[in-house]
Structure formats: structure tokens, C-alpha cells
Design a protein around this ligand. Sequence first.
Ligand SMILES: C[S@@+](CC[C@H](N)C(=O)[O-])C[C@H]1O[C@@H](n2cnc3c(N)ncnc32)[C@H](O)[C@@H]1O
Length: 292
Amino acid sequence: MSRRFAKLCDVEDFRDEELLEVLRSILPERDPATHVERKVWEFGQLALFLSANGLMREDVSALAIGAGDERILFWLANRLGRVVATDIYGEGDFASREAASSMLVDPASHAPYPYREDRLEVLEMDARSLDFEDGSFDVVFSLSSFEHFGSPAEIARAASEAGRVLRPGGRALIVTECFVRRHWRNSAAFDFAVRVGTLGFKRRRATPRRREVVDQVFTPRELRKRIVEPSGFELMEPLDLSISAESFENVARYGAGGRLEPVSGSFYPHILVQSDRSLFTSVALPLRKPAA
Ligand SMILES: C[S@@+](CC[C@H](N)C(=O)[O-])C[C@H]1O[C@@H](n2cnc3c(N)ncnc32)[C@H](O)[C@@H]1O
């Protein structure tokens, strides 16, 4: 691959003309050079990853896991042979947001632009138990969802399922959340010590392996142990954890009611998020299933 995909989202990525060009096509209504946001970076990374691997073709089938109604589904339906979107539509924390049940019966009502409706299937399916034969897809992807699949064991189960349904030699892109700076108090060891020290009164869900606070963000080691290794995939290049100083300029913090409040008062650029005492952003994992 001629560009780096295994990396953290960074403000500097939005100076890359190739990324900006593909984002203009995915989100034609806005200027990606000014609307600098990690969500659209995820779309751009996926589109460029498929192109770099020669997979933006009519004979390619792709599975989206925890897909919600992400707009890249509709964009890909205009370019690939088959796109299958799966999610627990109508259930869970996102049932009234990204994963509305209307996506199952009327995906077109979620589409930002006209798309080839016969190329997109939307199915209700739990990521931890995918109802497909082994090796059914050329591509598997998941954006901002693995962190929501539950306990470490449930996340590993979803990774293993992703690995099973991809064909040998196929490609996967998993984008999730990764710590940029993790405060020592945001660790499983600390949470578990609080649980033991309070005789289970506080941090009841904490275990020696599971944080209770900031539990939907991975350390680089957890990415490897909970996603890459259980999937059976190979990470296609070393993960670059560097991030520019500029990316720290508009950290968004969770305020009252869980609303994100950026320090500048302006939503953009939206790259780093503070949760409790730690900082995180999106990370992309470009993956390959070894050929049989
Ligand atoms: C933050 S949303 C991301 C949605 C979409 N990928 C996007 O980027 O807009 C997380 C998604 O994970 C889905 N999800 C949570 N648990 C799931 C599970 N066990 N199986 C499948 N999807 C799940 C949610 O329903 C939700 O749509």
C-alpha cells in the first residue's frame, strides 16, 4: 500500500489532497478541509483502503458490521457489486439513532443521495454471531462499533466472526477508539482495586482485565489482544501511534448530559476526545486474512 492506513486520526491528514478528494465525493455537501472530523476520516480511510487494495470493483462483496445507517454504505453501493449492512437494528443504545429499525424496511429514507438499491442489503444481525457461511465476503469493515460489542470476550467473539466470514486473502478495515493518552487511574487495575477496596460497592463491573470507566476505548495492546489476534487477521503494517501537536488544540470533553463540549467552543476540528482523565481518537486497523 502506498499510504499509511494503520494510524490514529490526525488533523494533518486533512491536508492530504487524496483524502479530501474522496471525502468531497462521499460528503458533497460540505468542505472536508474545514469540517475536520474523525467520523468522516473513517469513511475516507475505508474508501482509500479499498482503492489501494484494488477492491473498488463491481465484482467485490463487502460486509459492514455494526453498520447503523452510515453513509458510506450508500456510497459503496454505487461502486461495489454487493454491500451487506448488519446491525442490531431497533435494539440497544443506538436504536433511536444510528441503528433505527427503519433502516431494515426503508434504507432509502436514510440515504444522503441516490444509490443502487439492489446492491445494498440491510440485515438485523448481532456482530457476535454472524449468520453467513465461512469466507462469504471479499471485504469486511466496521466503523466505530467494535468498542460497543460488550465485554472483552464478546469483542473477541465478534472479531473471530469477522475473521470467519471473510474469504482467505480478503481484506478488512476495522476502525475503533484508541487511547492517545491514558491516565493511570483509567486502568483495569485501578478500577479493580477500587472494587476490592470498597468490597464491591463501587466499580462493580471491573475485573483485572476490564475497566469500568472509559471502557469503550482500547489500548494498543487491547487492540491486538481483543481484535487482531482473535480475528485471525494479519495487521498489514505496524500501527503508527504518533499524533501531531495541532491535533491537541481543540479537545472535546463530555459535559452535562453526555454532550461533547470542545474547548474552543467550535465543533471543528474534532479529532481528540477527553473521557474522564484520558484522551482518545479513532484508529484504523488495515487487516488481511491469510490465504488458505
Ligand atoms: C457508534 S454506532 C456506529 C454506527 C456506524 N458504524 C457509524 O459509524 O455511524 C455503534 C453501532 O454498533 C451497533 N452495535 C452495538 N452492539 C452490536 C452488536 N452486538 N451487534 C451488531 N451491532 C451492534 C449499534 O447498534 C450501533 O449502530
